[in-house]
Each structure stands twice: as structure tokens, then as C-alpha cells.
Ligand binder design. Structure first.
Ligand code: M6R
Length: 615
């Protein structure tokens, strides 16, 4: 969590950094700050609150000039969100300024040792400890900033992406990374530092992504020197050309990123299967799977690890893989899996799903699986992310940047990729016939149009949202492929509107949740045709007899559920296995409208951050 930005070059650094921080606010937004070098001093402006509050404060106090600077938007770990704990932090001499994304786990013992040596602390953060440790090394060992950073980092345990500069030598910024992302934008005689490429994409398409335990000295108007933190070995930096453009990371006329991303799904799903789904050739082309076909085909079990929405996509994949491939699948919360000494063997294929590719628990689950000899395949959205680098092979979702904290297009594109993998493997093993394979592919190709049609329910969904916006609880029910969709619908509602919501397999209702149902309780039921339709109709009847308010997501033309439900939202008919790609859309819209009507900050819900890079 936390977003970091830095600039060194000929431009005014302040506007570059401020705009960069706005783009990185998805990573944390409880306080923000900027430090700039200006004529021999470091000018600091920081505040509790969002980047907008920082902008207002800087306007009031007078914007500082400077062509080297660092900025930070915070998601608190150590110390509550307030002005003192906001980054950047100074060292005691006032010479060094630092920003940090991550956690220094052994900060308490280092702090104690520094206090014994006369250092004073003005915040509760682990970051202020780190900058003083760097200063202590620099002074005592009489070394330059780069060397001091390296020595200090060899003493810390934890995770970091840092940028630090020295008032007495304002022609360089030293950066380093372990566990948290850090990219360096390489422009003409100027460099940008950021947690991802969005802050610098309008200035340059060239970027260096540091690997874990690498550091770099970024020299004004010169070059970037990369080294290994542990061994001090120089590394030849690989400059990547980025495909992202500015339009993709702006709101494009929508009120919120979440709504934009909901509406991007037809195109995002198409982008996911583009070049992979080749109906005319009768194949699914996926290099990451083809190169490792033996691993997949010899696997005795598939274990899926993920968190949050990605975990829900994993649950949908469990149903799809078991149906098409007839192989046992287990879906694990990465946070539980990594700590419970799970049984993993060389016969397992582990699939790690993550939009950001930076989720700390998922990353740890991957490392554990690799240690135990499993083959690990990643499904990520962010190109070059830690998870995409840590896994043996993988497939990108190609959804484009997802900025809204609530995941939407990431979910549907993850399901699309996982469906393609399952189809490819089922075809290779002969578990499905050529004609079944062909029918699935043909149907998958119709999904973007059907999602587009489903999006036309938006206005109708908004009227339903208006009726239930003041609800205090909400139940979501689904069966089979749509049980994970019920979980996802409930997660969307609670995370952006703060209404308590539960997702359940519809049949489980009788085992407890039915006690909650009365005339105040909205119950969202996914009741599409096929699968367990009749059973769901019975569940709807049970809710009706207890006076619950039913919002049903049904297949176009449905009669039975429509007779019973208070509100009906129709989605086009598709193959049962593909229904989550459609049924999830109205649930995203419902939570979006309810949150907007309740005056919630949809794109930046309280207490959350887009990528959870701490455990
Ligand atoms: O980046 P990841 O997919 O690994 O993130 C996992 C979860 O943190 C994420 O899905 C989270 O639950 C979203 N806020 C859900 O909308």
C-alpha cells in the first residue's frame, strides 16, 4: 500500500509529483506529502487527508519550487493517519528526506538503538526510523548516500520501496525495492520514480522495473545505476517500452473510475481473449500454458490461491475446471494457505490470481508453493508486477489499468482467462469433444455483446438502488457457478457503501441465514435458467413466504421467478458456465448506485487500498 512518486530533471517537480500522487491514490489516501529541494533547503508540505487536501495546503502556504522532489500518499500501517506520521520524513540533521511504501518489521529494536545514540523521533512511523538509520550509517561510516542506504537496508527486515535524497547533494535520488513495487521512468535528461507507471506515462514510455533487493542511484541528467542490495553487484538495467496510454488512466467522462471500469468490460473481455481465442483454427493459443502443457496435464490437483475478488474468480474457476477437466481443484485464501503448513507436492499446479500482482499474501503463497516443488502459474493484470515475475509462467488478463478500489473488470477478465485455460486443457486431454470445444468458444465470443446488453439495465438498476439505499443489511444468494457471484456482489456492496452484506449458496439459507429474513431484508437472488433453476425458484418462494424483498437476476424472458420477485433484472441467455460474466454486471451497478446515493467515496472507500502489499 502507499503510493510513492519522485522527480529529478529540469521541470518544476511539484506539479509532476502532485499529479502523480493523484493517480496513485488508489494505493492509499489517508495522508499525503511532498518534499522538494529548494536552494539549499528541503521544503516540506504534508497533511492528514487526501492529495486534494495536500494541494489545498500547498496553495495556502505557497507552492514551493524545485526540480528534485519526492511525494507520498499513505495507507497507515505504523501510527495513525495524522500530519506527523505523513511522509516524507526527515532525518535528525534535516539533510535527508525519505518516502517509503512497506513495513520495517524490526523498526522497534533499531529505534531503541538510535535513541540510545541520541536520535529523536517526531512520528510513530517505521519510516522515520529508517531515514535516521541511513543517516547514522552515512555519518559513522563516512560514506555517500547510496552506500549508506545499502548498508542500512542490509540491517532491516521487512518490505520497502523507498526514495531518499540528500540536501547536501541534490543531484541524485536513491531508490530501493523489496516486496513493494518501484518503477523508474526514463525520459530525456529526466527521471521519474513511482509505484507504477501511471504518474509518468505522459512524459515517457520507457521504464525500468526494479527487482526485489535491487537499488538504484538516479543521477540528474545522467543515468540510472542499479545494484544488488545484498551483494553490491552492478546490474544492467532493462528498459521496457510501455504500452499503456494516458487515456486509459483517466476517467474519460465518467463520474467515477469504478463506473468507467464497469462499462469497459465488453472491451476488456475482448482484449483478454484477443489473439487467444481462434475459432477458425479451432484452438486456444496461450504460450504460458503450451510451454508447460506437461505440468498441467500431469497434475493430480489444481490449487488456486488469491484474495478478495480474485479469490471469488478462483471459486468460479473451480467449478469450470472440475466440470471441463475432471480434476480436483482447491481454492484457498492466500493468507490462510501461507500459514497453515498446507500439503503441496510436485504433482500440484498452483494458480495464483491477482489483479495488481502485488498482493503480499498471494506472493507469499506463491513462494511457499515453489519451495515445495509445485509448478506455479500466475493470472495477473498488471504487466511486470511482482507476482507475474515470481511465478513460473502465466497469462495476463489484459484488462487495462483498474483504478477503482472495487474490482470490476478484473473479475470478469480473470474468469475469461481461466475459462480459456480450462477449455484448452480439456480439449488437449479429450475431456471435451471438438464440437463442445467449438460451441464454448463461439459462445465466449458472444459475451462482450451480451455484457453490453446487460449494461443497458443500468437505469433500471439505479431505480432499484434508490429503493434500497438505506438498507442496513443485504443477502446475496446464488448456486453453482453463481454462488461465487453472490459472494462477489456482497463484497462489492459492503466495500463501497458500508452496508453489511452476506453472500451464500442459496440452499444454505435454510441452515441459518433464513432467520434474518423479514420485510426489511433485501435479498438479491441470482436465478438464471439452466443449472439449478428449479431449486433456486424454491429458495425464492421460501424468501417470499417470509416477506423478504427479492431482487432477482434472471434470464431474459423468465416467467417463474419474475412472478415472485419484487424486482427483476434480466440478462441475456448464455451457456451456464459463462453466466457469471453476465450476472455479475447488475450487481456491480447496484452497489455502485447505492454507494453514490449514500454519498460514499466510490473510488476510494474508507480504510481500503487497491493493492494490499502488507499482510
Ligand atoms: O490485486 P489483487 O487481485 O491481488 O487484490 C486482491 C484483493 O485485495 C482485491 O480483490 C479486493 O478484495 C478488492 N477491493 C475487491 O473489490
Amino acid at each position: 500500500m502507499c503510493g510513492i512518486v519522485g522527480y529529478i530533471g529540469a521541470r518544476e517537480a511539484f506539479p509532476v509529483i502532485l499529479k502523480g500522487l493523484e493517480r496513485l491514490e488508489y494505493r492509499g489516501y489517508d495522508s499525503a506529502g511532498i518534499a522538494l529541494y529548494n536552494k539549499g533547503i528541503i521544503e516540506l508540505c504534508k497533511t492528514k487527508g487526501k492529495v486534494a487536501d495536500l494541494r489545498a495546503k500547498a496553495d495556502k502556504e505557497g507552492v514551493v519550487n524545485g526540480s528534485i522532489g519526492i511525494g507520498h500518499t499513505r495507507w497507515a500501517t505504523h501510527g495513525e493517519p495524522n500530519d506527523q506520521n505523513a511522509h516524507p520524513h526527515y532525518s535528525n540533521s534535516g539533510d535527508l528526506a525519505i518516502i517509503h511504501n512497506g513495513i520495517i518489521e524490526n523498526y522497534a529494536s533499531i529505534k531503541e538503538a538510535l535513541i540510545n545514540r541520541g536520535y529523536e523521533f517526531h512520528s510513530d512511523t517505521d519510516t522515520e526510523v529508517l531515514v535516521n538509520l541511513i543517516e547514522d550509517v552515512k555519518t559513522n561510516e563516512n560514506v555517500k548516500l547510496g552506500k549508506a542506504v545499502q548498508i542500512a537496508l542490509n540491517q532491516v527486515v521487512g518490505a520497502y520501496a523507498i526514495a531518499v535524497f540528500d540536501r547536501t547533494k541534490p543531484d541524485e535520488i536513491v531508490v530501493a525495492k523489496l516486496g513493494s513495487p518501484l518503477a523508474i521512468g526514463v525520459g530525456e535528461d529526466e527521471f521519474f520514480i513511482a509505484s507504477d507507471a501511471s504518474p509518468f506515462i505522459e512524459y515517457t514510455n520507457n521504464a525500468i522495473y526494479l527487482e526485489d533487493e535491487q537499488m538504484a542511484i538516479v543521477k540528474r541528467g545522467r543515468d540510472v545505476r542499479v545494484r544488488q542490495v545484498r551483494s553490491d553487484k552492478p546490474v544492467n538495467p532493462y528498459v521496457q517500452e510501455l504500452k499503456m496510454n494516458l487515456e486509459q488512466i483517466e476517467k474519460g467522462g465518467y463520474d467515477h473510475f469504478m463506473l468507467k471500469e464497469i462499462y469497459e468490460q465488453p472491451e476488456a473481455i475482448k482484449d483478454t481473449y484477443r489473439g487467444r481465442l481462434r475459432i477458425n483454427d479451432g484452438i486456444v493459443k496461450m504460450a504460458g500454458v503450451e510451454d508447460n502443457l506437461g505440468k498441467f496435464l500431469n497434475a493430480k490437483r489444481i490449487i488456486i490461491v488469491a484474495c478478495g475478488t480474485s479469490w471469488h474468480a478462483g471459486l468460479v474457476a473451480e467449478y469450470i475446471f472440475e466440470e471441463l477437466m475432471r480434476i480436483p481443484v482447491e481454492v484457498e485464501y492466500a493468507s490462510e494457505f501461507r500459514y497453515r503448513n498446507p500439503v503441496i507436492t510436485q504433482d500440484d499446479v498452483v494458480i495464483a490470481i491477482s489483479q495488481s500482482g502485488e498482493t503480499a499474501d498471494t506472493l507469499a503463497a506463491i513462494k511457499l508453493s515453489k519451495e515445495k516443488g509445485a509448478f506455479v502459474f500466475g493470472v495477473c493484470n498488471v504487466v511486470g508486477s511482482s507476482i507475474s515475475r515470481e511465478t513460473h509462467a502465466g497469462a495476463y488478463t489484459h484488462a487495462g489499468p483498474e483504478i477503482g478500489v472495487a474490482s470490476t473488470k478484473a473479475f470478469t477478465t480473470q474468469i475469461t482467462v481461466l475459462t480459456l485455460i480450462a477449455l484448452k486443457l480439456a480439449k488437449s486431454t479429450g475431456k471435451i469433444t471438438h464440437s463442445e470445444f467449438h460451441n464454448y468458444l463461439a459462445e465466449l465470443e458472444t459475451i462482450p455483446v451480451k455484457v453490453q446488453e446487460t449494461l443497458k439495465t443500468d437505469a433500471h438498476v439505479a431505480t432499484i438502488a434508490d429503493i434500497y439505499k438505506d438498507a442496513t443489511n443485504c443477502l446475496y444468494l446464488g448456486r453453482g457457478y453463481n454462488f461465487p457471484v453472490a459472494l462477489e456482489g456482497a463484497l462489492k456492496l459492503k466495500e463501497i457503501s458500508y452496508i453489511h452484506a452476506e453472500g451464500y449458496p442459496a440452499a444454505e439459507m435454510k441452515h441459518g441465514p433464513i432467520a434474518l429474513i423479514d420485510e426489511q431484508m433485501p435479498v438479491v437472488v441470482i436465478a438464471t435458467k439452466k443449472g439449478h433453476y428449479e431449486k433456486v425458484v424454491s429458495n425464492v418462494q421460501e424468501i417470499k413466504s417470509r416477506k423478504g424483498k427479492i431482487i432477482a437476476v434472471v434470464t431474459q424472458g423468465d416467467k417463474d421467478v419474475s412472478k415472485l420477485a419484487d424486482h427483476v433484472i434480466e440478462v441475456p441467455e448464455t451457456h451456464e458456465l459463462l453466466t457469471p460474466l453476465l450476472t455479475t454486471i447488475p450487481l456491480q451497478l447496484l452497489s455502485y448506485h447505492i454507494a453514490v446515493m449514500r454519498g460514499c467515496n466510490v473510488d476510494q472507500p474508507r480504510n481500503l487500498a487497491k493493492s494490499v502489499t502488507v499482510e
